[in-house]
Design a protein around this ligand. Structure first.
Ligand code: COA
Length: 377
């Protein structure tokens, strides 16, 4: 009898989750029951994090308490800084993020304490500490010094402050906050599932997050947001070009790429087959950035690629498609885009780690052997 193989676990329901619901039929995404668009419109990223961890919206007291906690845990740990300084400037920034989380775990006094209270503390600390890792790494690659965090700024404002050394305008902060909310959580995606697999062995939270970062790095998952920008760069960004001309060049590029059977990053999704629920909200944020920076030609490339992919294969953009150029316009280097995704997804990963631990079963599927029959030396 041949076993049924679910290649890539496609279509397999591996467990329950109460963290989020992805509904491809209605193109909707709910965090703990709330539509992500509503959360992105009305809440800070800090409030969304508390919702993901606790299951309910925070009270004013909870918000105030977390606000103080988060603002007092932002500084770059000197041991993390020392480890980052050992890494080459041309290594991928995802390697830096992965190393930083590993170092934080190795030094954490509660690293082997997996009680719900300890896990929540570690999750909150990681949430607060990670922006400094991204900001410092971005700056050292530009030959710039570390910028210390500021307690008078919120998470998004401070993230941009530490990265660029100046206060970001409100429009930019808002687009950044929206991207963080949209990237925070997405059910059993590859990196979250990785975090759950590691947790299921009863390993510690930092090991699970470190492994998740490894999964997120790949271009079929988180790495797609930077791959989108590489596509734009390959086509060529010409700031003097009209939107129409840019669209025409992008369309021709896409037709050629599809003729060569290339996979174009930022399009398609394992679960959503008729559109990614997060794209319209992220596209609004991108539009705001394009207007703010006066970069219409970039949208020519964006529209040209989208139209050509739609016409040829009816495959629609995913969240990484509008997120990539948004981060580019804000001034991040292309390779820093996926570490920004880590900063956001730490919330979802750690919510899933808690859920897995609370009702654990070792995750260990079967395989169908197709090697040589038994043979002897
Ligand atoms: N570019 C070109 N063709 C694509 C495509 C893309 N981005 N995404 C899917 N397709 C095509 C495949 O080539 C395949 O065509 P075929 O049947 O003629 O061989 C078909 O659509 C099904 O694709 P497949 O990769 O098998 O589906 P999947 O459910 O495993 O894929 C992704 C989901 C996300 C891995 C896939 O769409 C992809 O690789 N996208 C690009 C990476 C990306 O943006 N990832 C971020 C996801 S949020």
């Amino acid at each position: 009898m041949t076993e049924q193989i679910y290649k890539g676990l496609a279509g397999v329901v591996a467990d329950h989750t109460a963290v989020s619901k992805v509904n491809p039929e209605s193109n909707s995404l709910l965090y703990r029951g709330y539509p992500v668009q509503e959360l992105a419109a009305k809440l800070s990223f800090e409030e969304v994090a508390l919702l993901l961890w606790n299951g309910e919206l925070p009270s004013t007291g909870e918000k105030d308490e977390f606000r103080a906690f988060e603002r007092s845990h932002r500084a770059l740990d000197p041991r993390v800084r020392a480890a980052i300084d050992l890494l080459p400037l041309d290594c991928h920034p995802m390697d830096v993020g992965r190393t930083a989380v590993s170092v934080l775990g190795a030094n954490h006094p509660l690293s082997e304490d997996s009680s719900p209270e300890a896990e929540l503390t570690k999750a909150k600390e990681l949430f607060a500490a990670f922006p400094a890792v991204v900001a410092y790494d971005q700056r050292r690659r530009r030959g710039l010094e570390l910028v210390e965090p500021r307690e008078d700024l919120d998470y998004s404002q401070n993230f941009l402050w530490m990265t660029f050394g100046e206060e970001a305008p409100e429009e930019v902060v808002d687009a950044f906050r929206v991207s963080m909310v949209l990237y925070a959580e997405h059910s059993f995606n590859a990196s979250t599932f990785t975090a759950r697999v590691v947790t299921s062995t009863l390993a510690d939270l930092h090991s699970a997050v470190t492994a998740a970062i490894g999964a997120l790095k790949g271009p079929l998952h988180g790495g797609a947001n930077e791959a989108v920008m590489h596509t734009f760069e390959e086509i060529g960004i010409d700031t003097a070009e009209t939107r129409e001309d840019a669209a025409a060049r992008a369309k021709a590029w896409m037709e050629q790429a599809l003729a060569e059977k290339r996979k174009v990053m930022g399009f398609g999704h394992r679960v959503y087959k008729s559109g990614d629920s997060r794209v319209p909200t992220m596209k609004q944020a991108l539009d705001a950035m394009v207007e703010y920076y006066g970069r219409g030609e970039l949208m020519g490339l964006y529209d040209g690629l989208e139209a050509a992919m739609g016409e040829a294969k009816n495959i629609l953009p995913n969240l990484d498609y509008p997120a990539g150029p948004t981060y580019h316009l804000m001034g991040f280097d292309t390779e820093m885009f996926t570490p920004l995704f880590i900063a956001a997804r730490i919330t979802g990963w750690t919510a899933h780690i808690a859920e897995q631990r609370a009702d654990n079963a070792l995750i260990r599927p079967l395989s169908a052997y197709n090697g040589p029959d038994e043979r002897h030396l």
